[in-house]
Write a protein that binds this ligand. Structure first.
Ligand code: BTN
Length: 321
């Protein structure tokens, strides 16, 4: 987004209506230029309210703010940040972080976006990412030891997100294996881990987190979903700060601790322990009772009297309840 368009956006986010002429004067651009920027923002789906007094952002939209996020973070986690970048619009925050890691390796680069045009979910799905409504967050971290040391990391990240949400007063938050965040049983967030570098040596992980905060009710999502809009006193900046506070120490310590350290905490959030589930792994479908997760993050199912651990696939309960 151009610097001027960003300034137009900021002018709209002050809570009061502002005329096109006033925006033009404050930015030293013509009314026609203001109008073009407003049109472009609307085309991108930025929720702008218009009336005779002028324009403003929809009152539900609180823009992400670096100061707000940093203020909501615990000081020791804040110190682990290498950089905190907020962009208005990007294809995917994971891609942005991946590109950045290719230029400058290292740990602690964080990127947030107001909107993603090609947000990615697990298993090749897309992630619905409208402007200013939700959290789209990616963090880059470097590890020694390749894929082997990363086993279970995405599950541990799920625990960090649940701890953050619970810490802000939401009780009914849970995890669906491997790392779906559920609110009252419906999907509210997810984690997409991507890796670059040496698969058996020094590698960089991109931890992508999406959390539905105030999803438009008509969003086209092909499964039951929920968001945090009902959570009293919560804001996107507070939630982002809380998530980063939990996440940064976890990412730092994971290499030495492994998933084993976080397994019990994961089980406390386990939404389906003891329930009959269906696991689809490629073309294989297994039904059984979900017993829990193993020390490396595999899901353990009991089928025909014996327990087996599966490290990939997707759980569903449809038709089994
Ligand atoms: C899932 O399918 O459950 C994982 C969703 C992960 C979405 C996040 S949003 C920020 C980051 N950028 C992406 O393109 N995807 C992840």
């Amino acid at each position: 987004m151009s610097e001027t368009r960003r300034r137009v956006l900021k002018a709209l986010s002050r809570g009061e209506f502002v005329t096109g002429a006033a925006i033009g004067r404050s930015l030293d651009i013509s009314r026609t230029a203001v109008w073009k920027h407003l049109n472009q923002l609307e085309e991108w789906g930025v929720p702008i309210v218009k009336n005779r007094q002028g324009y403003r952002l929809h009152e539900d939209v609180e823009l992400l703010s670096k100061a707000g996020i940093l203020a909501a973070m615990a000081p020791h986690s804040r110190r682990m940040l290498k950089e905190l970048l907020i962009v208005d619009r990007v294809d995917s925050t994971n891609t942005l972080v991946r590109n950045r890691l290719a230029e400058t390796a290292g740990s602690g680069f964080v990127c947030l976006a107001e909107q993603q045009t090609q947000g990615r979910g697990r298993l090749g799905r897309s992630w619905v990412s409208p402007f200013g409504r939700n959290i789209y967050l990616s963090v880059g971290w470097e590890y020694e030891g390749g894929a082997a040391v990363l086993e279970g990391l995405s599950l541990a990240v799920g625990v960090a997100i649940c701890d953050a949400i619970k810490g802000l007063g939401v009780v009914d938050v849970a995890l669906k294996w491997p790392n779906d965040i559920l609110l009252e049983g419906r999907k509210t967030g997810g984690v997409l881990l991507e890796m670059t570098g040496d698969p058996v040596g020094r590698c960089q992980v991109i931890v992508g987190i999406g959390i539905n905060f105030a999803m438009p009710p008509d969003a086209e999502i092909d499964q039951p979903w929920a968001d945090l809009s009902g959570a009293a006193g919560m804001t996107r900046n507070l939630l982002t700060g809380a998530v980063l506070s939990e996440l940064m120490p976890l990412l730092r310590d994971f290499q030495s601790r492994g998933f084993r350290h976080y397994r019990e905490a994961w089980e406390r959030f386990n939404a389906h322990r003891g329930q009959r589930v269906r696991l689809t792994v490629g073309r294989e479908v297994v039904e059984g009772i979900l017993c829990g997760v193993s020390d490396n993050g595999a899901v353990v199912l009991q089928t025909e009297g014996r327990q087996r651990a599966y490290s990939g696939g997707e759980i569903s309960l449809r038709g089994l309840e």
